[in-house]
Ligand binder design. Sequence first.
Ligand SMILES: Cc1cc2nc3c(=O)[nH]c(=O)nc-3n(C[C@H](O)[C@H](O)[C@H](O)COP(=O)(O)OP(=O)(O)OC[C@H]3O[C@@H](n4cnc5c(N)ncnc54)[C@H](O)[C@@H]3O)c2cc1C
Length: 453
Amino acid sequence: MGISSPARLNIQTWRSQWKNRQCSILQRRLRIGPPPEASSVLTQPPLSLPDSDANTARALSGRAIIDYYLHMQFFAHQPLPDLGPYVGLRGEIRAFLAEERQRAGIDQWVGSWEGHDRDFSARLAERGWVGMALPTAYGGHDKGILERYVVFEELLAGGAPVAAHWIADRQSGPLILRFGTEAQRQHFLPRIASTEYTFAIGMSEPDSGSDLAAARTKAEWRGNGWRINGAKIWTSNAHRADWMITLCRTGDVGEDRHGGLSQFLIDLKAPDIKIRPIQNLAGDHHFNEVVFEDHNIAADRIIGSPGDGWRQVMNELAFERSAPDRYLSTFRLIVELVRAAGATPDHAIAGEVGALYARLVGVRMLSMQVAAALDQGKTPNTEAALVKEIGTALEQDTPEVARRVLSETPDGARDGLLEELLTYDTLHTPSFTLRGGAREIVRGIIARGIGLR
Ligand SMILES: Cc1cc2nc3c(=O)[nH]c(=O)nc-3n(C[C@H](O)[C@H](O)[C@H](O)COP(=O)(O)OP(=O)(O)OC[C@H]3O[C@@H](n4cnc5c(N)ncnc54)[C@H](O)[C@@H]3O)c2cc1C
């Protein structure tokens, strides 16, 4: 049964009053200022979207700006960082990627996070674009967050195959730098920066994904080393990686459930470790189950102190979750969609594509603010979680919008690349809000951050 117009109007009025009230309560609680001017939202064309297309899309729709504003209310705003000094760097990376595509004999890459190519990663490292955050004393490049942000953006926007080095670069290296022994730093960090060593993440278990504290993989002290028994699951690229930082139970749970956990460096090439493939929805082998049966490791493979694993793993997740790039998985599809819509799309298509584009620009501006805050040594966990939440929502909506738009566009607008991107993104959509922490968990972090829990 439909709702009559006056009733609908009442519901809408009530909703907007409620939202305004919530926003002002939260704004007072957070002591944040009003969001920036709407016009500033659209001032920076993102990444490599051609200017003519950017202009078309920019003129299309402002509907999504409303969503953007609602999220902006909860954001501790700060001036956008000046990425101007890195224009030259962007050019260098784009030229490098063009060369790499030529070398690979392809016009474009489709998957990025899942594209695994050790040789590509090694050549990227030769240019100094891996281990950028690590100190030069350990083979790194001592670069700031903003410079890395530009590199991340260009690689993901270009669809480059980053999976081989991404995890070590983003979280394993920084974790070893912060909690490892001097000997571990000297051994592992230069090999991470050169991509000689690649890493996997050993957190999730069959009965412990979101609830990491329930981890049951056990490490027992045997007098001169540790014996590991248990299983990890959903381990990305364990079949290709050299090492895995693995969360294990080494003692009693303790009162707050977070005690008795420790992290270990596990050599994945050890012959007694079983790595079983798990096919993902697209039919690809990306995930694995990693099984340990009386696997012995040396005493010096523990990271940090026994029992300190929870604090460490939360730090590792913070490196993973604060990466301000969680909105670019479907960027290439948006670009191709803008192209397919053409310079003079009809009103409905203009609205759909324009809304998508406006969301992209909005999320990018929030993401840049997270990068700026990190650059200033702040820990913007709530803001980073917000970017992940609305960034992954954008990623998940993109294939849906693309399908609607393409059903209205002439067949000629659908070229092979567009079809390929649409298929790839559709099949990978469910993973966008799971990896790096499921949506409900991220929303819980946001709720806590803004004082609702
Ligand atoms: C592409 C991809 C790559 C991954 N790579 C790795 C990897 O390399 N290493 C690794 O260790 N893991 C990896 N994961 C696993 C990922 O981190 C977990 O899938 C995720 O943490 C969720 O755990 P789970 O699958 O056990 O689901 P569960 O924790 O069982 O959750 C199932 C559902 O219940 C909800 N839920 C759970 N707890 C709560 C709660 N307290 N309140 C409200 N809702 C809740 C969740 O949000 C989710 O929707 C990867 C996942 C994906 C999709």
